[in-house]
Design a protein around this ligand. Structure first.
Ligand SMILES: [Fe+2]
Length: 569
């Protein structure tokens, strides 16, 4: 593994702004000498003046004064076990950088073994947001860090890299919609600090109006997720409709994709998280990425988050049929285990379900304990609560209260606990870092219908896993009406009304076309179907009366290729 100081030494050579061992500096930082005076005294003075000013500001940092930084946040762009992005607002001073070490040096910044300079700086929400991207970290390790600039040193903080071991569990908090009720959001943030999860998945709608002031307040409140020892909780954010543009998330959290859809791998193959963007076209590039990624991942568990619930459990929110067509079909196909939705400001958890219109289904889903996906939500981190007045046949339980989910991911099962924020406000003690899967006193869980305190999602049977881990599963879900072209009969027979059911498999987004030709390849019928994403489909086509005595052929085309050919009778 690459050691952190190796990379930072390279940065030092490149930028000249950072050193790896501050203890080796020759100039006592507390000596207040004007930079130009120091520069003129340096032997072999041949550097440009601005560069020297920055260099000398670096040397000058007083350890007993505060750096011009605040509103800290930890995020990821890459492997969470070995990287971390430290983001913050830099409101004054110069030569800002992060010093970090596994050993505790308090605020003696010169003693920290490693340092890194900003990789990205962007003005957004009335703040100068700086992101320092750390690489080459050790998994399952707590790092102490300081943010240092020409004006001083921040308080000491910590971050923790998750482990890279699939046989050790992960602790995750998931929720969304903090919006405009700050006392509740602050209470939820304090609970994060008590539960010390490996990270928080946040499903969007952080603020109400996406204004500068609201974001600054939100980041102030986010500091409450910091544990008593200064441990900052990493956040994996999604975009909601109250973020006016993808830039609100990209510029404040430095996520890996400006379009705010991305995946992250955790715990050496135990889990892959998918953050999707319902404020961006769900088909097209996003769907292609999702399908391709799902088909390739070898992660044991897959969890997705996005903002808009497909089937909200409140009547006042619209249905999202396109998300079922484009995404839920992929979730079933590739075995998405758990989906976290937000936006509706109510509470729900479902049985495992998959898209279906067969008898027994309801609103486009049917319960399927073997192949289904569990959906939970729907965002109550401080937003105004809505009535849970739209349960479905496959709803396991619903409610109306402020909450977030505490999710434990282990080898054999996922456990989901719904933490009642209001009732848990009295929680005083943090979980023991060495026993983080133990409920601290004061935490109250939702005692849900058909569930109890803990919703358990067991590992799928081996035969189901075999299907979901292949890029071209040998058929649709058991009991589904989907027919795959390669498994369909070579002969399609019309019913008495002239209808025929056609099955086909689309490998990428496209508009399928149904053609009927005679034995002279003369076109007798053509029907374009609606545009759709990759996946298996089954369509009933109403055919016109065909000339008798002809040998007919039905052809399915899509995405520039022939998807199937059948003899039509
Ligand atoms: Fe929303």
């Amino acid at each position: 593994m690459q050691l952190p100081y190796v990379q930072d030494e390279q940065k030092t050579r490149k930028t000249g702004l950072s050193t790896t061992r501050f203890g080796n500096l020759a100039c006592p930082p507390s000596v207040a000498v004007h930079p130009s005076e120091i520069a003129s005294r340096l032997p072999g003075f041949r550097y440009s003046f601005p560069l020297l000013v920055l260099l000398l500001l670096t040397l000058w940092t007083p350890a007993d004064l505060e750096a011009g930084t605040r509103r800290y946040r930890c995020t990821w762009r890459d492997d969470p076990a070995t990287t971390m992005v430290i983001g913050f607002e830099h409101f004054s001073g110069a030569a800002v950088r992060v010093v970090y070490d596994t050993q505790d040096h308090g605020r003696s910044w010169r003693d920290y073994r490693w340092s890194a300079t900003p990789a990205r700086t962007v003005n957004h929400a009335g703040m100068r947001n700086v992101f320092v991207r750390l690489k080459g970290l050790r998994p399952a390790t707590t790092y102490n860090f300081l943010v240092v600039d020409s004006e001083g040193v921040s308080k000491q903080m910590k971050f923790e890299t998750p482990h890279a071991t699939p046989d050790l569990p992960l602790s995750i908090i998931a929720g969304g919609d903090s919006r405009n009720n700050r006392p509740t959001a602050q209470a939820a943030n304090r609970l994060v600090s008590k539960l010390r999860p490996h990270f928080v998945m946040f499903g969007g709608d952080m603020t109400n109006g996406d204004t500068d002031m609201e974001w600054q307040q939100w980041l102030d409140d986010w500091q409450l997720t910091m544990s008593y020892d200064g441990r900052l909780t990493p956040i994996v954010p999604a975009r909601g409709n109250h973020e006016r543009a993808n830039a609100s998330i990209y510029n404040l959290f430095d996520v890996p994709n400006p379009d705010v859809y991305y995946g992250l791998n955790f715990a050496g193959g135990l889990l892959r998280t998918y953050t999707l963007n319902t404020l961006f076209p769900p088909g097209g590039d996003q769907l292609s990425w999702l399908s391709r990624d799902l088909s390739r991942t070898k992660a044991m568990w897959k969890i997705a988050q996005y903002h808009h619930a497909m089937r909200p459990h409140t009547l006042s929110k619209p249905e999202r049929d396109e998300l079922i067509t484009l995404w839920a079909t992929q979730f079933t196909r590739y075995g998405m285990d758990l989906v976290i939705e937000s936006d509706a400001h109510t509470v729900k958890q479902t049985y495992p379900i998959r898209p279906s219109r067969e008898p027994g289904s309801s609103q486009g889903f049917i319960r399927d304990d073997r192949r289904g996906t569990v959906y939970i939500g729907e965002g109550c981190w401080g937003a105004p609560l809505r009535a849970n007045d739209d349960d479905k046949k496959w709803t396991r339980a619903s409610g109306r209260f402020n909450q977030f989910k505490w999710i434990w991911v282990g080898l054999r099962q996922i456990q989901v606990r719904t933490v009642r924020i209001d009732r848990s406000m009295g929680t005083a003690s943090e979980v023991d870092p060495m026993a983080r899967f133990r409920t601290p006193p004061g935490i109250y869980y939702w005692d849900a219908d058909n569930t109890g305190d803990v919703l358990r999602i067991p590992r799928r049977p081996d035969d189901v896993l075999a299907f979901s881990s292949t890029s071209n599963p040998p058929g649709g879900p058991a009991g589904n009406t989907v027919i795959q072209a390669s498994k369909a009969p070579a002969i399609l027979r019309r019913d008495a009304a002239g209808r025929v059911r056609v099955g086909f498999q689309l490998s990428e987004t496209g508009r399928p076309v149904i053609l009927v030709v005679d034995n002279n390849m003369r076109l007798l019928f053509k029907q374009e179907l609606s545009i759709r994403g990759p996946g298996p489909y089954s369509e009933v086509i109403q055919l016109p009366t065909m000339p008798p005595g002809q040998r007919l052929e039905l052809i399915v085309k899509g995405a520039g290729q022939v998807l199937g050919k059948y003899r039509l009778e």
